[in-house]
Design a protein. Structure first.
Length: 390
């Protein structure tokens, strides 16, 4: 990998041109919704789009195509230094400090540290190994700041990233209800943008108070160009990661090798392959052994594994339909084709197995035992893939 250009702040925004034009026009007509929900696959640029909306809100001379990018407000926004653009994100639960006020302070300190790191390293894989959540203390801190209003009497925007993490933690209702109070009546000249990869996990009362906007993935060509020109990836590595990423720059970054080792999402991709292989085997012992190889806790960290497994199942379906060109995991295309030809696969099995993965994903949000969860998942996948019910 060659050295990428040095950045300090937000990377250039790519894609979503039609949506950006529509938002800029709505802003020009003073009709930009006050509470937005940007949803779509992980790593496709939802938070970057939210920052673009924030820049649009504070820009001194916005244009029909978006913020000018030249005024002082735009420059501060691009450096993630604007005092009226506030970024909140899921964080690990802090160690107890003995009082609610001190724990809220700890969360605010962690938030500032997270933003500093994001400013220094804007290109980061969409992969998390530690449990995080939008803690009730984080929402209390947000509400306190909202209550103070804009420091200069101007416009302000609040970005709440990965808003589904409001319901994936202890005391979730309290955090979600605290946010709900802010969404019901935002102060004058205040906009709130939520981002989510799983909007179905949000409370209905929260979704009903937002204007949802779906973001699609970036094209393979755009991803490849970003990886080569902005990240410094070798052309062959960029092409492979862009193909496997499914439109997600965050996933593409995690698929790139680093320091001679496979990227974190490449490790997950290979692990998901072994899950599929275990599900296809006739012996239940193989499935049980694979499930028992995981820790007995931390089910909420399996999200990326389930996403990778879904891609493998779609590829197996493509192989069964003799659509080799549609297979994303091209390095395993011969194996997938052989499985589809030699095993007694149910033709509709891969699509039903996808439903099993989605059910497991929902159960993982409740932080169940991963070993039991995966044992059940592999058993269900085997049943759907190997038994022809026609």
């Amino acid at each position: 990998m060659t050295s990428p250009p040095t950045l300090s702040g937000l990377p250039p925004i790519h894609g979503h041109e039609e949506l950006r034009r529509a938002l800029a026009l709505a802003h020009a007509r003073d009709r930009l919704p006050r509470v937005l929900l940007l949803h779509g696959r992980p790593g496709i640029g939802k938070q970057r789009m939210a920052h673009w909306i924030g820049q649009l809100v504070v820009c001194v001379e916005p244009r029909l195509e978006g913020p000018c990018g030249e005024c002082r407000e735009c420059r501060l926004a691009l450096r993630v230094e604007h005092p009226e653009l506030h970024w909140y994100m899921p964080l690990p639960r802090p160690k107890s400090r003995g009082s609610r006020e001190r724990e809220d302070e700890a969360l605010e300190e962690a938030r500032i540290e997270w933003i500093e790191e994001a400013r220094r390293t804007p290109f980061r894989p969409s992969h998390q190994t530690e449990l995080r959540g939008l803690q009730i203390g984080t929402i209390r801190n947000l509400r306190k700041r909202v209550g103070k209003g804009a420091g200069t009497g101007g416009r302000q925007l609040y970005l709440v990233a990965d808003a589904e993490e409001l319901v994936a933690q202890e005391a979730s209702q309290e955090a979600a209800n605290a946010l709900l109070k802010t969404l019901e009546e935002p102060p004058a000249n205040t906009w709130i943008v939520l981002t989510s990869s799983e909007p179905g996990r949000l409370l209905d009362t929260i979704r009903s108070r937002t204007t949802p906007l779906h973001l699609t993935g970036l094209s393979e060509a755009v991803l490849r160009r970003m990886l080569e020109e902005e990240v410094g990836a070798e052309a062959s590595e960029a092409a492979r990661a862009a193909r496997l990423a499914g439109g997600s720059i965050g996933r593409a970054l995690g698929l790139l090798p680093s320091g001679g080792e496979p990227g974190p999402l490449e490790v997950v991709r290979q692990d998901a392959f072994h899950l599929l292989r275990a599900a296809l085997q006739e012996s239940p012992g193989a499935r049980f052994a694979k499930a028992m190889s995981y820790p007995a806790s931390g089910a909420r960290t399996l999200t990326e594994l389930f996403s990778a497994l879904e891609v493998w199942l779609r590829d197996l379906g493509a192989a069964g339909a003799a659509s080799g060109s549609a297979i994303l995991n091209q390095d395993a295309a011969p194996w997938l084709t052989r499985q589809a030809e030699e095993l007694p696969l149910d033709p509709s099995g891969p699509s039903r197995a996808l439903g099993c993965v989605q059910e497991a994903r929902e159960q993982a949000a409740g932080n169940v035992n991963p070993q039991l969860l995966l044992t059940g998942l592999l058993t269900a996948m085997h049943r759907e893939l190997r038994h022809d019910r026609s």
